[in-house]
Design a protein around this ligand. Structure first.
Ligand code: SF4
Length: 468
């Protein structure tokens, strides 16, 4: 059987490459790195590890490609749009590399796990020096070393499910929330989704490794934890410990200093009564649930291979709301799945009106080569799909606004996360349920939990006033 973890010897070998790079980089001016991330929070978390490796290898960081000595694109394969943007941006780097030949350009992540894409980059993007996949991130020190000392392209992409690499250094995004991956990969094979092909089968991290990471971020002042996995409800199924996701939430909540625990993503078929109990009873586990439904029609759900029905999904929502009446609910919806008919779409529309989500993340179906759905014929044309997408958004916007209105006149605890990107006099924070709140206040409040009176509601956020 394959090893579950990358060996300590191998990790040490990579540390040695980092140290040699650091020595090399110490000569002359400070070397700068730029890491650009596409896609989900799992990728953001991987990029934090990439930054950790780069920092340990003697690189500082910059924002502009022109200032960088090394640029890494961490890519996403979930939708075609993101892929096209990567190709466009990668093409633009050619000019910069022409002016600065010593610039090292790397590309990694889910796109690299698709053979036809990796082959295309190797062939047509000769200015790319490093290619690595989702299972070989830990080898980045060695890959950079090969490029800077031997001037040759380094490629390390493997097709296996990947062993877990613990102890990769990390530079986390500043703020109140620390992202912690609890598992990797997915076993579900939803028919539209590329993730199981590019991230491999489910592998859960050991409980102690997760708890050590939680203790570490708590000691560094993070108040909120976001536990990440493609299907967190499957956590532990591959471990001998007998600890499942609900147990893990309770264990994480025992770590001092952590005030709020969030998680994503949950698959509805694995969403259990035990988890509902934990959300209802554990004060640190946020009363917020992201439960992707994807479609409201049983015919489409079956073709998507989601393995639940509209009725069983609604039943779970009913149970959750009975135990946690104030729970904040969000979901993902795909519009224009190949077999979706107009009446299937109407069922999705009726489902969002029935559930009344706080917000939804809706996407137009994106064909992914190699998935079963890519072989299915489309029922609707593009214009119809786009019109349906707009109708869905319009209906949801109205629901979101109405739900937000119900917050007005009430008070909530809000953790202040930072300054607004558009107005630096405004601070932004979140309620326990994840509602975004804007308040006027001093930057010294960042990181603090404050009591806020909600004065008015917008579609996407609430406006509040600080309670004295
Ligand atoms: S559960 Fe389905 S949609 Fe989610 S990552 Fe796995 S295959 Fe993709």
């Amino acid at each position: 059987m394959a090893e579950k973890h990358i060996s300590a010897e191998e990790m040490q070998r990579q540390v040695a490459f980092s140290e040699k790079l650091k020595e090399l980089n110490a000569a002359g001016r400070e070397k700068k790195a730029l890491v650009v991330t596409y896609g989900c929070q799992q990728n953001e978390n991987d990029s934090e590890r990439i930054r950790g490796i780069l920092a340990a290898s003697g690189y500082g960081f910059c924002e502009k490609p022109e200032e960088a000595d090394i640029i890494i694109y961490n890519t996403c394969a979930v939708r075609e749009n993101a892929e096209l943007r990567v190709f466009g941006n990668l093409g633009a780097l050619k000019l910069i590399k022409r002016k600065k030949p010593e610039l090292v350009i790397g590309i990694c992540g889910c796109m690299m796990q698709q053979k036809h894409i990796a082959d295309q980059i190797k062939k047509k993007y000769k200015h790319v020096d490093i290619l690595f996949g989702t299972h070989t991130l830990y080898t980045l020190p060695e890959l950079i070393w090969q490029v800077v000392t031997q001037g040759q392209r380094s490629v390390h992409i493997i097709d296996s499910d990947g062993a877990i690499a613990e102890e990769i250094p990390i530079v986390r995004a500043e703020g109140v929330t620390a992202y912690i991956s609890i598992m990797f990969g997915c076993n579900n094979f939803c028919s539209y989704c590329i993730v199981p092909y590019v991230r491999g089968r489910e592998r859960s991290r050991d409980v102690e490794d997760i708890l050590n990471e939680v203790r570490d971020v708590a000691s560094k002042g993070y108040k909120e934890i976001m536990l990440l996995g493609q299907n967190v409800n499957s956590y532990g199924k591959d471990l001998q410990s007998g600890i499942d996701f609900s147990d893990l939430l309770n264990l994480v909540s025992e770590v001092d200093g952590i005030e709020r625990i969030r998680f994503m993503t949950s698959h509805p078929k694995d969403f259990s009564d035990k988890l509902i109990d934990v959300i209802a009873e554990n004060k640190k586990v946020c009363r917020q649930m992201h439960l992707p439904v994807q479609a409201g029609s049983n015919a489409v759900l079956e073709k998507m291979n989601r393995r639940y029905t509209r009725e069983s999904y609604l039943e779970k929502i009913k149970k959750l709301r009975a135990r946690v009446p104030d729970v904040t609910l969000t979901t993902d919806i795909i519009v224009g799945f190949p077999t979706e008919t107009q009446s299937d779409f109407e069922e999705t529309l009726s489902l969002i009106k029935e559930v009344r989500y706080d917000s939804i993340y809706s996407f137009i179906y994106s064909k992914r080569v190699g998935t079963p759905a890519a072989e299915m014929d489309f029922v609707m044309d593009e214009a119809q799909i786009h019109a349906n997408f707009d109708r869905l958004l319009e209906a949801q916007n109205q629901i979101s606004r109405e739900i937000n209105e119900s917050y007005v006149g009430k008070e909530y605890d809000v953790i202040i996360e930072g300054k607004s990107k558009t107005d630096e006099n405004i601070l932004t924070g979140r309620t326990e349920g994840g509602k975004l709140v804007h308040i006027t206040g001093d930057a010294s409040l960042i990181g603090q939990t404050v009591r806020v009176y909600i004065a008015s509601a917008m579609t996407w956020y609430l406006k509040g006033e600080l309670k004295k």
